[in-house]
Each structure stands twice: as structure tokens, then as C-alpha cells.
Design a protein around this ligand. Structure first.
Ligand code: EPU
Length: 421
């Protein structure tokens, strides 16, 4: 295993380029299962989760070639219908092969993803949507077994207790592209990653309208073509760099970041006293010396993203005063709280809210990463803290950030990767 050793308090400087979006790439790769033709996806970040999706596609019989940031899929004649536990258990996004497999092969056996450190993550909305399209589904031995004679469109309400579901909408939308007739998905997720997926499906010949709004309409077609596409940039990676700038008091240019995908994050940064402006496909951040505390509530897009909650909490730890951070997507997603506490942060949890008493500066400490975004929050805290921090279990970080330590080093951070004993 590896750890990051970070010497805090170094100013950052210059420009950093954002990689392609992990959460857009994963369902788009699964969309390759809907066709027999070549699919080419550019800008794919070289992350462990992407490798897992590639392994699942290969397991199903798709030929996959990976060259730098390009992945080419040749699904012609693939016969597989099963996504096994050993692959799905390591990454929930694998579950979004279910919709495309059902649509193309008329049957699928996909392992249930199981528990997750950020809280319970059920798949009931995925199953409800696919059932409404005419799939028969049963859970047996930890797998969802599904088949269909014919998929038919219908009206499907996809809202749950915590709002819309990103991958649930992806699964149902992909499946509906090859169903007979019209499907209307109500309370559909509006996340940019889903819009990117819809744009790929449209390139493939699917008839989709309303993507990016809560009502998506899909008119089924008989077959889909291949596609060539460049995935959108990763808004969460971009947001993480915006906060790195604010936390270290360093002006930065975040290249390739799309301000229109980061409205809620930019709004909160401005409220905290950070100057943010968009120019020529980049975002420029100019922090002021004293941060102001702000209250943040995570919500489905275009609300403040849950995937930026931990990083925002790191920032608020050093905004003198009180801020309240409320998590409305994953009420238990607070594993970073105890670790930030080891660095001197003063945070009290009250149900699904964290009350943060900001201090001027955290102090470096050995801490442990618990999940992807919590790891990013610890890296940010360590960059601005007084003294040295050691962050262990960084394999979580490597699941979602493309060489973040290299990128930060180039900006002037003192950060090195070491083997743990
Ligand atoms: N939910 C249900 N039933 C379902 C599905 C979801 O109740 O069938 C609930 C979830 O438990 C949660 C809420 O609905 O409370 C939203 O979950 P959603 O389905 O939208 O999450 P997801 O699609 O499984 C994606 C991202 C997550 C991100 C969430 C929310 C990918 C691969 N994952 O997950 O990303 O947090 O949307 O925006 O796209 C990450 O990158 O660190 C990450 C966890």
C-alpha cells in the first residue's frame, strides 16, 4: 500500500489541467454494450474504476483497446450476459451494465453491488425502472437475474427518498433506447455526466429529448450505431483544485474546467470571499486572505454536489466562524470528520449536518483515507496545514483522481508518494 506525505503551507502557482470525467466515462463505456459497432471514447482518465469497467466489458466478450486516454470498444458478436460479484463488488458503477445488457441481449445476470462506506446505496430505483420497461427481475444468490421477451416504453417516476438517481437514470435511459415505443422518465437526474451519456446515445442513433431536465423522453429505435466521443472534463476534480487554491491562498488557473457545471460550487466559493472567474475554457481563482464561513447543503444537480461536500468542509475548517454543512444525498457521508479532527478541526455532527467551527490553520497529522472524496478533503487539509501530514490508504484517492500528486507537485506543492510498511 502507499501513502502521501505532504509538507503543508507551500504556496501553489500556475495552471493545472483537468482530466476527463470518471463518472461520465463509466456509463458511456457501458453504452458500448448496446451496439455491434466500434465505439471510441477519448479523454478517459487512467483510473482504477475505468480499469474495472474495462475488465467487465472484456468478461462479457467485448474487445477493448486502450491507448493513452482513448478506449476503443469492439462489441461485435459479444455473447456475455453476466457481470460477476468479484468485479461489481469493487465498483458500484458496474451495475449500469444491467440496462444495456437487457436491451441488447434480452437477459442479464448482474451482481448486486453491496454495501459502501459512504452509506447504504440501494438499487431499487434501477430495478423499478427496468421492470416498468417490461423486464422480469429476481434477486437470487446476490445477483439480479433479469430477462425480457420484449421491452416496451412507459412512464416511469424515478424519484426516491433522496431525490433522483444518476446511475438509475442512466440504466433506464440506456435500456429504453431499444425498447418499443416511448419512455418518459420523470424525476430524472440532471447531472452533466448524464447529459454527456445522452449525447453519446444520440450519436448512436437514439432518440432522446429533455436530457439535462427532470423529464427525459426516449423514443425507442431498432438498433444503435457505434460512436466517437470525447468525454466531458471532470467537474469534481476541477472543483477540488478550486478549493486547493482557496485553501492555500494561491491564485490558480484550472484549465478545461467548465464553469457551467460548477455553478453551486463557484457560488459558495464567492460567498466565502474567493474571487472566481471563467475565461476561455478555464476557471481562474484568486483567493483573499480571510475566508468567510458559509452554510452548504448538498442536493442533486444543479445543487451543491455531494462529491464536493468533504472538500468544502476542509475549506470551512479554516474559515473563522461557524458554518453548517448538511448532507442530503448520503446522510452518513462524514467519515472525513474524525480524520479532520486529528488535524485540529473542530466539527460536531448533528444528524446529517456538520457544524464546523473554523480556525485559522489546521496542523499536520497522520490520517487515514476512508473513501474517494474524503481522501481529497484530507489532501486539501494537508496542503494548507502547518507541518507534515501522512495520508494512508490512498488507493481510495487513486480510484477517482488522475495523478493528483503529480499535478499538485507541478503547482509547487511538497508532496511525495511512499510505500507503507
Ligand atoms: N438511491 C436510492 N435507490 C436507488 C439508487 C439511489 O434510494 O436505486 C439513493 C442513494 O442511496 C442516494 C441517492 O439516491 O441517497 C442518490 O444516489 P445516486 O443513485 O444518484 O448515486 P449513484 O448514481 O450510485 C453517482 C456517482 C457518485 C455520486 C452520486 C450522487 C457515479 C459512478 N457515481 O452515484 O459518485 O456521489 O451519483 O451524485 O457516477 C464519487 O464519484 O465519489 C461518487 C460516489
Amino acid at each position: 500500500m502507499e501513502k502521501l506525505v505532504i509538507q503543508g503551507g507551500k504556496a501553489l502557482r500556475g495552471a493545472v489541467k483537468v482530466s476527463g470525467s470518471k463518472n461520465a466515462s463509466l456509463p458511456i463505456l457501458a453504452a458500448g454494450l448496446l451496439t455491434d459497432e466500434l465505439c471510441v471514447l477519448d479523454g478517459v482518465p487512467p483510473l482504477r474504476d475505468v480499469t474495472t469497467m474495462v475488465r467487465i466489458l472484456r468478461h462479457l466478450g467485448v474487445k477493448v483497446v486502450q491507448e493513452r486516454d482513448r478506449i476503443t470498444l469492439d462489441p461485435n458478436g459479444y455473447q456475455g450476459t453476466e457481470a460477476p460479484y468479484r468485479l461489481v463488488a469493487t465498483m458500484r458503477a458496474s451495475f449500469c451494465v444491467l440496462g444495456p445488457l437487457l436491451a441488447k441481449q434480452r437477459e442479464a445476470k448482474v451482481s448486486l453491488p453491496g454495501g459502501c462506506i459512504i452509506g447504504p446505496r440501494p438499487v431499487d430505483l434501477h430495478l423499478k425502472g427496468l421492470k416498468a420497461l417490461g423486464a422480469s427481475l429476481k434477486v437470487e444468490g446476490g445477483y439480479v437475474l433479469s430477462k425480457t421477451k420484449e421491452l416496451r416504453g412507459g412512464t416511469i417516476y424515478l424519484g426516491g427518498a433522496f431525490g433522483s438517481s444518476v446511475l438509475g437514470t442512466a440504466n433506464v435511459m440506456m435500456c429504453a433506447t431499444l425498447a418499443r415505443g416511448r419512455t418518459m422518465i420523470e424525476n430524472a437526474a440532471c447531472e452533466p455526466e448524464l447529459v454527456d451519456l445522452a449525447n453519446v446515445l444520440i450519436k448512436m442513433g437514439a432518440k432522446i429529448q429533455g436530457h439535462g431536465t427532470p423529464v427525459i423522453t426516449v423514443e425507442g429505435v431498432r438498433r444503435l450505431n457505434g460512436f466517437t466521443h470525447r468525454v466531458i472534463s471532470d467537474r469534481i476534480e476541477a472543483g477540488t483544485f478550486l478549493i486547493a487554491s482557496a485553501m492555500t491562498g494561491s491564485p490558480l488557473t484550472v484549465e478545461g474546467a467548465r464553469a457551467e457545471h460548477l455553478g453551486a460550487v463557484i457560488d459558495k466559493l464567492k460567498e466565502a470571499g474567493v474571487e472566481v472567474s471563467a475565461r476561455d475554457g478555464s476557471i481562474l481563482v484568486r483567493p483573499r486572505s480571510r475566508l468567510k464561513p458559509v452554510d452548504v447543503t448538498t442536493l442533486p444537480y444543479p445543487g451543491f454536489p455531494t462529491d464536493m461536500q468533504a472538500q468544502m468542509m476542509s475549506l470551512m475548517c479554516q474559515a473563522p466562524g461557524i458554518s453548517v454543512i448538511t448532507e442530503k444525498i448520503y446522510p452518513d457521508r462524514f467519515m472525513h470528520v474524525a480524520e479532520l479532527g486529528r488535524m485540529g478541526a473542530q466539527i460536531k455532527l448533528e444528524g446529517s449536518s456538520a457544524i464546523v467551527l473554523g480556525i485559522r490553520r489546521l496542523s499536520g497529522a497522520p490520517v487515514m483515507a476512508s473513501d474517494l472524496r474524503a481522501s481529497a478533503a484530507l489532501v486539501l487539509a494537508a496542503l494548507s496545514a502547518r507541518g507534515t501530514s501522512e495520508i494512508s490508504r490512498i488507493y481510495h484517492l487513486d480510484r477517482g483522481y488522475d495523478r493528483i500528486d503529480d499535478k499538485l507537485t507541478r503547482l509547487g506543492a511538497e508532496i511525495r508518494r511512499e510505500k507503507t510498511d
